[in-house]
Unconditional design. Structure first.
Lengths: 277, 401
């Protein structure tokens, strides 16, 4: 039974399944557009569309911040758009989403993966994997599990993966303005650094790296921010930069001290029982 | 020693529980037998044995050999909970831990036995040699290290012994294994969910009280034609109920068309609803606060701001110093939450979940243990079997229908 429902990547699809590739891309692009909106709203940019008979019937994006609710993920928002809408609810309340396909930029988390079974979704296409929370293969392949009141579904990964990752990177590279305490593991925005850096060597160095960011594969995108900061520590002599880095380092140091303090306490707590009799 | 210790703790409890009535004491006793923490898999392990090679050595040389062992196997983590030396049962020698049998299955092939020597006594006390002539080509780095170690010390015999594979997490386990199996080191372990022995009687009585409230919710649901599953969210500091909810996945035949949904019906499990209710009330609190802040800056009463004027930007930029999601709250449920709800509770940063009856595909103990998953960014405590009988009978009526 469970072999029927797979976790495949888009490359693993056979020719017959691949012929609709352009169509799937169109729907995923619609999802990414929703994600762009979420990004502007200040939400983690994850978004989705639900498609029935080749028409988008619902769009959803992450609303965890505005709704003060960690469970308001894009998928649940999209469900509510269907089932809290009088017209659509009439149409789908009995059959649920048995004939619908979900296109979501990031792999559904465990919660959404289980919820997708409960709404009896037919198929899921997603962009990038969610290694820490993903419920379509990353942590547990919940789409293949036999859950009560649920219906297993097939899940296809890697559709417009790079676009989805780029959207997330854009979000995580910006400073978290809402963070109550100054963020200890602060990432510096390359563009902000550019303004701060007066030395010509540095600015050329940075512009080249930031232009490659857009064109190169996803792996370079993830590493870029750290490499820029490390080159900065080596090369800049500007007072502003060094002071920021120094303050960051001191924060890291104090964190380390905290950790060693905790470790010491734990060591003293642990009891070594002598067994020599 | 063990019985003495047990008596000691019992009398301590009696002292603490002096303010309780006899019937309350009885209830607490029952609850202690009934409630179970839902621990991480490795925490539930009892004694699991594994085979190791031990070398018989002279007691005098033990210290030197241990130093050699430590310098060779610095990063060895596997047997960090075991002492390296044990007194041999059959001679005055000591047995020293060498390596696990799995890591070097054919170690004994490399040991040269002096079979020419017929004198049993002499053989026992003579140093054996580790054979260097046998081909060492296929050996791993660690295996070569083991041979190097054995070559550098004087050993009389190699034997296979059974030892505890994992560290003892409870003092009682340590006491038992240490004397009966192999000398162990005991370190205090902080269980993912504190054991029942560490809960005081008042907490247990409150736990029962709140579970009764959750059952009440389940019964309300039942009377409305919903599934009999109920929940209450509690602030353990004030011991007050913050929110209540019940399962609303069945479209109630009683309220029929008048029923207004707050979310997609087929996922309206009580945990999801209670999280939604909490978020809505928090937004209301925030809105009130923003209105107050804005109006305090305005003298003109005609231009006073009302809650309708608040934009989403106001809410987003509001710095909340108070309650964050369900952080520090306890949730009581009549039935184990499903995987969706369990993960929703992770997203909501819940502190503790207490449930009555388990369900086949539950996410907190039965199908998965989402609250202990290493990859997730939040972990919480889970207790089960509180008022199990009452909750089970609710679930049975659910299965029957």
């Amino acid at each position: 039974m469970s072999d029927l429902f797979t976790c495949k990547t888009i490359e693993e699809l056979d020719e017959n399944e691949k012929k609709d590739y352009e169509k799937h891309c169109t729907f995923m692009r619609a999802a990414i557009e929703e994600g762009e909106k979420a990004f502007i709203e200040g939400e983690v940019p994850v978004a989705c569309v639900i498609v029935h008979n080749d028409t988008i019937i619902s769009r959803g994006s992450n609303k965890t911040n505005i709704k003060k609710n960690g469970t308001r993920h894009a998928e649940l928002e999209a469900f509510d758009q269907i089932f809290l809408n009088k017209e659509l609810n009439e149409k789908f309340k009995d059959v649920l989403l048995q004939e619908c396909t979900l296109y979501v930029t990031v792999e559904p988390c465990l919660m959404c993966a289980a919820a997708l079974q409960l709404v009896k979704i037919k198929k899921v296409y997603f962009g990038c994997f969610n290694e820490k929370f993903g419920g379509n293969g990353s942590v547990v392949p919940l789409n293949k599990s036999e859950l009560s009141n649920g219906r297993p579904y097939s899940s296809i990964s890697g559709l417009l993966k790079n676009e989805a990752i780029f959207l997330l990177q854009k979000f995580y590279n910006q400073e978290n303005k809402k963070a109550p305490v100054p963020n200890k593991r602060k990432r510096l925005d390359p563009e902000e650094l550019l303004k701060l850096a007066p030395t010509p060597f540095l600015s050329t160095n940075l512009t080249t790296s930031s232009t490659t960011t857009a064109t190169k594969s996803t792996k370079t995108i993830t590493t870029t921010p750290t490499t820029t900061t490390s080159t900065l520590t080596k090369s800049t002599k500007t007072t502003t930069m060094t002071t920021t880095i120094n303050s960051m380092n001191s924060e890291i140091d104090s964190e380390k001290q905290e950790i060693t303090q905790i470790q010491l306490e734990e060591q003293t707590k642990s009891i070594h029982c002598d067994t020599s009799r | 020693v063990a019985t003495k210790k047990k008596k000691g703790t019992a009398s301590n409890l009696e002292l603490v529980d002096q303010h309780l009535t006899e019937s309350e004491k009885e209830t607490v006793g029952k609850l202690r037998d009934e409630i179970k923490p839902v621990l991480d898999d490795f925490e539930e392990n009892g004694l699991i044995l594994t085979n190791i090679f031990t070398a018989y050595i002279q007691p005098k040389k033990a210290n030197i050999f241990i130093k050699k062992y430590d310098s060779l196997f610095e990063s060895q983590e596997e047997f960090i909970h075991l002492k390296k030396i044990k007194k041999a049962a059959d001679s005055s020698n000591l047995q020293m831990l060498v390596c696990s049998q799995d890591s070097f299955p054919n170690l004994l092939d490399f040991i040269q036995c002096n079979s020419d020597n017929d004198n049993q006594q002499e053989q026992k006390d003579s140093v054996i040699m580790v054979n260097g002539g046998l081909s060492q080509e296929n050996l791993t780095g660690d295996q070569l290290k083991v041979l190097e170690f054995l070559n550098s010390i004087e050993i009389f015999r190699i034997s296979v012994e059974k030892v505890p594979k994992f560290p003892p997490l409870l003092y009682e386990h340590w006491e038992d294994w240490n004397y009966r199996v192999w000398p162990c080191i005991f370190r205090v372990h902080y269980f993912s969910t504190p054991l029942i022995t560490s809960l005081d009687s008042d907490t247990l009585l409150k736990t029962k009280y709140f579970m009764e409230k959750a059952i009440e919710q389940a019964k309300i649901a039942q009377s409305l034609g919903h599934k009999p599953i109920g929940a209450v969210l509690v602030d353990p500091e004030t011991k007050k109920i913050i929110q209540t909810s019940y399962d609303e996945t069945n479209v109630s035949p009683i309220s029929n068309n008048n029923q207004s949904f707050t979310m997609t019906p087929c996922i309206s499990h009580c945990s999801m609803l209670i999280i939604n209710k909490l978020a809505q009330s928090q937004i209301q609190d925030i809105s009130k606060d923003i209105v107050e802040q804005k109006n305090s800056n305005i003298d003109d009463k005609d231009h006073a701001v009302s809650e309708q004027d608040i934009t989403s930007n106001d809410i987003l930029s509001y710095v909340n110093n108070g309650q964050y999601l369900a952080n520090s709250y306890h949730l009581y449920l009549t039935k184990e939450p499903c995987i969706m709800c369990s993960m929703a509770l992770v997203h909501s940063r819940i502190k503790r979940v207490v449930y009555g009856s388990s369900s086949r595909d539950g996410g907190l103990g039965s199908y998965l243990k989402i609250h202990t998953m290493k990859s997730l960014n939040h972990h919480f405590e889970v207790y089960k079997n509180v008022l199990k009988q009452e909750c089970d009978s609710l679930s049975d009526s659910l299965d029957a229908s």
